[in-house]
Design a protein around this ligand. Structure first.
Ligand SMILES: [Zn+2]
Length: 357
């Protein structure tokens, strides 16, 4: 069975051509990447049509372009992204996002992907949901699992743990185990984090406790400091992220868990592949173009891998202290705070996505 890495960056290879070109196509930064069914449907790229016509999976197509065979592909629905889009800019403008993905469409995208792991479609259970709604969502999540198991073996399916109390969490976990699921993920984290940080912590601790001995992934990294919080403090096994891509698009450079504007950074202080290129580009007075963005992204990925790896450095202990300081700055009302400004709202996602096409 293939293994997942601690950091699982979201790789938008369907909708964003840079991921199908050098240097990103020769992906050597993490052992696994995540991609979404949504990314397949929103993409207008002819590349996908070509692969389908030739009867190849997307992974096979990527491999022809130079993608390493042993990098694990984890396929997720991307439904949360669609929801974020609905709640974001389009909502404000009064536009209904006419975009729904049925389970069948999701499984179709999963089948053409040739991925190694498939995330079962879930429903986000909010702390504000009534008991009746929670019951309905739990039933839906369980039915989704049974459906996906008619397409893929249980060894390749990831069950998503939802719920804001022990009873719901236990009910889902027991069901998954009975169905032979061995890989788990925690979902609904971001809304919970925004709602109440204390409940967020309790729910995450409960989810880790119940899945002891199994792989537990976390969906969603709204801020960089949560990387060390999830992986070190709570002991989760992995986390996926698009945040590093957004930071790079905003010309932000990661140093530990902090991000700095790229114009203030001395690239010669880091010896990673990205910084070597960034240093050269700056020496040659290159403009902030596509290449600059790609190498900045590579630095940000490598820095995030470094802080999420198992070897604890002295610098990280400083980072951990900052986690405590920053945590106290989270407003209890759950409103977004501008302390370090790397929150991504639905509308920001939407605006940035337009830049990627
Ligand atoms: Zn670097």
């Amino acid at each position: 069975m293939k293994k997942l890495s601690r950091l699982i960056p979201k790789n938008h290879f369907c909708s964003f051509f840079l991921f199908r070109e050098e240097p990103l196509i020769s992906w050597k930064y993490t052992k696994s990447i995540l991609f979404t069914a949504y990314d397949v449907y929103r993409s207008s790229s002819f590349w996908i049509d070509e692969m389908m016509r030739e009867g190849k999976t997307l992974k096979e197509g990527l491999m022809e372009l130079g993608f390493p065979k042993d990098v694990t592909l984890m396929a997720d629905t991307g439904i949360f992204e669609v929801e974020a889009k609905k709640a974001g800019i389009s909502n404000k403008l009064g536009i209904n996002v006419d975009f729904e993905l049925s389970n069948e469409e999701i499984f179709q995208a999963y089948e053409i992907s040739g991925a190694d792991f498939f995330v079962a479609p879930d429903e986000i259970i909010s702390p504000l949901d009534t008991k009746d709604i929670v019951r309905k969502k739990v039933t839906k999540i369980k039915n989704n699992l049974l459906q996906i198991l008619s397409f893929f073996p249980s060894s390749q399916v990831i069950g998503v743990i939802q719920g804001c109390n022990s009873q719901t969490i236990e009910s889902l976990f027991d069901f998954y185990k009975e169905c032979g699921i061995r890989y788990f993920a925690r979902g609904g984290v971001i809304p919970l984090y925004r709602y109440d940080t204390k409940l967020f912590e309790q729910v995450l601790q409960k989810s880790r406790e119940i899945t002891t001995g199994y792989w537990l992934h976390t969906f969603g990294l709204p801020r960089v400091f949560l990387l060390t919080y999830y992986l070190r403090k709570l002991g989760f096994d992995s986390v996926d992220t698009s945040l590093l891509l957004y930071l790079s698009a905003r010309k932000k450079y990661l140093i530990g868990i902090n991000s700095r504007p790229v114009r203030l950074v001395d690239f010669s202080k880091c010896d990673c592949e990205g910084c070597r290129m960034l240093h050269n580009l700056r020496k040659n007075r290159a403009v902030y173009g596509k290449e600059f963005f790609v190498y900045l992204y590579i630095h940000n990925i490598l820095e995030a891998v470094r802080i999420s790896s198992d070897s604890v450095s002295e610098r990280l202990e400083t980072d951990q202290r900052e986690v405590t300081t920053k945590k106290t700055k989270i407003k209890p009302s759950g409103q977004k705070t501008s302390v370090d400004g790397d929150w991504t709202t639905g509308s920001e996602l939407m605006e940035r996505r337009l830049d990627y096409r």
